[in-house]
Design a binder for this molecule. Structure first.
Ligand SMILES: CC(=O)SCCNC(=O)CCNC(=O)[C@H](O)C(C)(C)COP(=O)(O)OP(=O)(O)OC[C@H]1O[C@@H](n2cnc3c(N)ncnc32)[C@H](O)[C@@H]1OP(=O)(O)O
Ligand SMILES: O=C([O-])CC(=O)C(=O)O
Length: 395
């Protein structure tokens, strides 16, 4: 094996097929099951997109009603999960909190511990588990933020759809339709993105015939890092450091001189811009107008202009969604958990796809450690010597 055979970070390596989404950096497009994500964001509720990712087709009215009824049945915070969250320190990172919550749900679903190929891990059972997990996550994320603010649980409302109810459980007041619409769009845009690091993690875990919850827990761990989902949180830290549009140039000069990575920019696959950014940027602009916060737009546009003109590296989805979530009133630490609530749909679709056509994911490595060496004074046993002789004879 030569160095040129090694694809560090698996860059450019195609490891399998998927029918769930198509990321095309050449045409700057993203399709979920064939539909452009922009069209879905403009016309569909998040529930319909979740259905599409899981089932391959958009739901009929009856199917959407059925999914919504099931989601409503499971949207309250499960008691075991509340108790587990309350054992955690208030300073625990919300991503660790949500990861723990999913682990608790998994351990409590004793049939769910079965491998993805057992009867209890059948596609039907796993689809039902995926729906229940997607239904429970908003309550987990909302309660996390409220707990850190010293507030109690807000019970879900049956008369509200997914996005409106998520905002209700977080803030305890009914959100304006402009906010619900922007939030719904962000959930759709975050839902799926082929073999990104967290989805691939979920597929690796599934490939060992582990269970769906273990795969989701592992995916949450991968999403937490600032090179992946954690970037939406990191964007807000950068905005706070810069303060206002007038400070962008000196801040960027210093940051680039120190070779800092500017979070919310760059992408492994898109080199000419992220297909989702224009849609999310429009949602951000609607929020800026709604809240009367033009200075946010000025800072956003100035940093983008300056960074792109110097480095030719474009914003990714986390760049507009960070300030959008901030305007809505989410704590910065809650941003990546919001990504989980959306991406759990894509992850679980991939878990089911991997299980349906499985091959253990196990790449090779090129060894570059010390040459073979021996423990001084070690004498091989007769059995070991015989085995070595047999190996040598076999060539
Ligand atoms: C929803 C999502 O997960 S989208 C991704 C969210 N992540 C971020 O926003 C984090 C910031 N961005 C990055 O770190 C990178 O662009 C990644 C990790 C997303 C993609 O990385 P890769 O494809 O591995 O590219 P890599 O990191 O090697 O970058 C190539 C070059 O561009 C530079 N570069 C890439 N992104 C940035 C950035 N945001 N700021 C500064 N320089 C950057 C790198 O330093 C590197 O420069 P070099 O060749 O001089 O060493
Ligand atoms: O595709 C990637 O590498 C990261 C990304 O944008 C996502 O997961 O949404």
């Amino acid at each position: 094996m030569t160095d040129t055979d090694i694809k560090k970070g698996l860059a450019g390596v195609v490891v399998d097929t998927t029918a769930i989404s198509k990321v095309n950096p050449e045409t700057n497009s993203l399709l979920y099951r064939g539909y452009p994500v922009q069209e879905l964001a403009a016309t569909q509720p998040f529930e319909a997109v979740a259905f599409l990712l899981w089932n391959g087709e958009l739901p009929t009215e009856a199917q959407l009603a059925e999914l919504r009824a099931e989601e409503r049945r499971h949207r309250a915070l499960p008691e075991k999960v509340r108790a587990a969250i309350e054992l955690l320190p208030l300073e625990a990172h919300p991503m660790d909190e949500v990861r723990t919550a999913v682990s608790v749900i998994g351990a409590a679903d004793t049939a769910g511990a079965a491998s993805v190929l057992d009867a209890a891990g059948s596609p039907e059972e796993n689809l039902a588990r995926s729906v229940r997990l997607y239904a429970a996550l908003p309550a987990i994320v909302a309660y996390g933020q409220r707990r850190r603010r010293g507030l109690g649980i807000v019970e879900p409302r049956d008369d509200l759809d997914y996005a409106a109810n998520f905002l209700w459980m977080t803030f305890g007041e009914e959100a304006d339709p402009v906010i619900v619409d922007a939030f719904n769009r962000s959930m759709i845009l975050y839902a799926e993105h082929s073999f990104n690091a967290s989805t691939f993690t979920a597929r690796v875990v599934t490939s060992t015939l582990s269970d769906l919850y273990s795969a989701v827990v592992a995916a949450i761990g991968a999403l937490k890092g600032p090179l992946h989902g954690g970037a939406n949180e990191a964007v807000m830290h950068i905005f706070a450091e810069i303060g206002s549009a007038g400070n962008v140039v000196p801040w960027l000069d210093r940051a680039l001189a120190r070779k800092r990575k500017i979070m919310g920019f760059g992408h492994r696959v898109y080199k000419k811009g992220d297909s989702r950014v224009p849609t999310m940027q429009a949602a951000l602009e609607s929020l800026i107008e709604h809240y009367g916060r033009p200075e946010v737009g000025e800072l956003y546009a100035t940093l983008e202009r300056e960074f792109v003109s110097r480095k030719g590296i474009y914003p990714n989805l986390d760049y507009p969604s960070g300030p959008a979530y901030d305007l809505i009133g989410f704590d910065t630490l809650t941003f990546t958990p919001l990504f989980i609530a959306s991406r759990v749909t894509g992850w679980t679709a991939h878990i089911m796809e991997q299980a349906a056509s499985n091959a253990l994911i196990r790449p090779l490595s090129a060894y570059d450690g010390p040459e073979e060496r021996h423990i001084p004074g070690y004498v091989a046993s007769a059995g070991e010597l015989a085995a070595q002789r047999r190996e040598a004879e076999a060539g």
